[in-house]
Design a protein around this ligand. Sequence first.
Ligand SMILES: [Zn+2]
Length: 511
Amino acid sequence: MTSPRIALLGMICESNRIARPAGQADFHSLYWLNGDALLQEARKQSSRIAPEVCGFVAAMDATGPWEPVPIVLAASHPAGPVERSVFEDFQKAVADGLRQAGPLDGVLIANHGAMVAENLHDPDGAIAAHVRALVGDKVRIVMTLDLHANLSDLMVDSTDLIVGYRTNPHVDMIERGEEAAFSLRRMLAGAADPKAVHVKLPLCPASVSLLTASGPYGAMIDYGQRRQAEAAGAILNVSVFGNFVFSDVPENGLSVVVTARSDRRAAEALAAEIADFGWTRRTEFVKPLTSLPDAVALAGEPEREPVIFSDAGDNPGGGGSGRTTEFLCALIDADVRDVLYGSFYDPDLANQACKAGPGATIDAVFNRETENAPWTRWDGTLTCKARVIAIHNGDVTGRLGLFQGRRMDLGPSAALAIGGIVVIVISDRTQTADPVFFEMFGLDIADARTVVVKSRGHFRAGFRPWFPPERVYEVDTGGLTSPVLERYDFKYLPRPSFPLDRDVGWASGHE
Ligand SMILES: [Zn+2]
């Protein structure tokens, strides 16, 4: 086989069960790329698409001849369950594309892994199974997934190799795409006949306890990497998936997937060993938050080092609305000064500010019109005088962390001064994980005493130069992504599971 033909496809959405459903517009406004348009975007310097696809294509390009067969790649910002018709449109595009593709040697499926469809708990698994049914057993299928995937047996059984991100904040997507390509090359060369084993724990932690630089989850990943290195080539990949608890699906739970180069027993033993390692540390997966009154008091303290607060209950990166007002109102009420607050998703307000222009004072109304729905419960209306400091068209390229090098379209955006607080307003619902959200207005993070971000954890990488971990506070605010899981009425998540249920037994049976 001199020039293997590899199909590229994927559907990326992280679904929060109680957030507003994701429709066609949610995908088309971010991207829905067919055929050559997908390949062109993957080879761009500053691409809009999932970096693992760019990494995969670049690594395939660098390692010999191949014939890319781009089918379809679609992504939405994290949102609610995907509308049935949109999911079916994607599956049809996959079927049509693969049928017209001619003979294939391999397929890359680049998904997130925590998608929910209106009619399905595990659409990611359904896509993998659909692809397998279409291409047959002889074609190698490699699937890349986000670290927050709710891993299912269907995904494992339908693919040859699953490669998950290993860092949270996510900064290794390009490397994981490259790894998927290198492993696929090995399989195509007959140097690997992968055997994957999946072990799921009754452990459903909130994302705040799934950081990888420290803590029990990082320890599990490090342990897996060390054991893989010690196996001297016998193990192809170790992925530990943290799960995305807000999907509320039967597939929730922390998952270990070990893929051996050829020996299933080696994979079984290591998967059980890593799961055991994590299970004995389960109580460490519970993390206290800073109360809102404590956070406001700290923000108002005159003599202290600069700090950054996460508005943890409203993370657009986990399906949050991006427009809850609880934290902002508390800061305004306390007349706290010297605060950079970003970013509030409100196209109406952003447009109002852009029309008025820099220097103008406007009667700002946050959440002028919100629909009456379960997902708007925390999106209170706030009316106040605001001065427009600066405006921007929102066409920016990320600089640090998750969005580094990635082109984003935040739409009409504005920086508003409300008393001593500067509030960034944007028109595309995106988590503030990068300093560019402030820098596009000429604001310098180095000058800030207090920064508040609507982001749960990815801001840690973007703001690391100014805020080491000891200056980061995760604040207990209401919204669609609060780490206080007891506040939600989970319907499908398996019970009992830790930490919602403290008394849960589990044993790998591994000696
Ligand atoms: Zn993630």
